[in-house]
Write a protein that binds this ligand. Structure first.
Ligand code: SAM
Length: 252
């Protein structure tokens, strides 16, 4: 597929800032649903200001880090385990934000940062890999200044169910979807620590449609239309699955 066709498939009026980035750049760095859209959705409820220090935890190919740096002038520590920092440094340099986005190789439980160093922490499509443990928020929130914000977006559920999967998703379900949770679950998971105040816990408006739009475009681009995840999202039609967004503020 040529780049113009891909741009058209990934046009999404809800995310005007993301529309300023080539779809090819986003798709080539893809590890999950469009990280620029998700970062832009976080920015709706997290006021990023020039010079703020932001930890992008589980940044993957650092697309969200580059997006936040370019759009809001923040300084980002783009931290990831599976993608090596040399690869992200190349992307950061090509994007012209070297010195503003710092690629870091680290495991989420052993982060090489001082307590209270960051103004904000974001995590896109990643927090559920390490953050469902009851005690994890205590660790990662300690890296954020008192009064700073923590914002995450990742695949989630409309609500918590007695049993999973729901019958209509049985043929699509993978065991590790057990880490996908509803906004209400995340609210309680964080609030019960007493360490933060949850300011937003919702499903991204039309989140499942965004996710499906992204997958369909990527599948077409790969010459493999209608792969497993897109089939699942189609079958579900937003009944069960979407993208959970949670934003909290560390107590002052
Ligand atoms: C599905 S990818 C999402 C990447 C990127 N944020 C995006 O939206 O494209 C999940 C990311 O979580 C990171 N991750 C998973 N477990 C981690 C851990 N224990 N410590 C640090 N990063 C982790 C992986 O390295 C991976 O890049």
């Amino acid at each position: 597929m040529d780049d113009d066709e891909l741009d058209v498939l990934l046009r999404n009026e809800r995310y005007p800032r993301s529309g300023g980035y080539p779809a090819r750049w986003l798709v080539d760095g893809a590890m999950g649903p469009n990280p620029a859209w998700q970062a832009e959705a976080l920015a709706e409820v997290m006021p990023f200001k020039t010079g703020m220090r932001v930890l992008d935890l589980g940044c993957g190919t650092a697309l969200s880090s580059i997006f936040l740096a370019k759009e809001f002038g923040v300084e980002v520590w783009a931290t990831d385990l599976w993608i090596k920092p040399i690869e992200n440094l190349r992307r950061v340099t090509e994007a012209g934000v070297e010195g503003q986005v710092h690629p870091i190789y680290a495991e989420a439980h052993a982060l090489p940062f001082a307590e209270g160093f960051f103004d904000a922490l974001v995590s896109i499509g990643a927090y559920h890999y390490f953050g469902t443990d009851d005690l994890y928020l205590g660790y990662c929130s300690s890296l954020v200044k008192p009064g700073g914000q923590i914002g995450i977006v990742q695949p989630g559920l409309v609500e918590e169910y007695e049993s999973l999967p729901p019958p209509h998703l049985e043929s699509h379900w993978k065991w590790d979807f057990c880490a996908w949770h509803s906004p209400g679950w995340w609210r309680r998971h964080w609030e019960k620590t007493g360490l933060v105040t949850v300011e937003v816990a919702d499903l991204l408006p039309d989140g499942w449609r965004d996710w499906l739009q992204w997958n369909e475009a990527c599948d077409l681009d790969n010459g493999m239309p209608g792969r497993e995840e897109a089939q699942m999202l189609h079958a579900d039609g937003g009944r069960t699955l979407s993208l959970s967004r949670v934003v909290a503020r560390r107590a002052s």
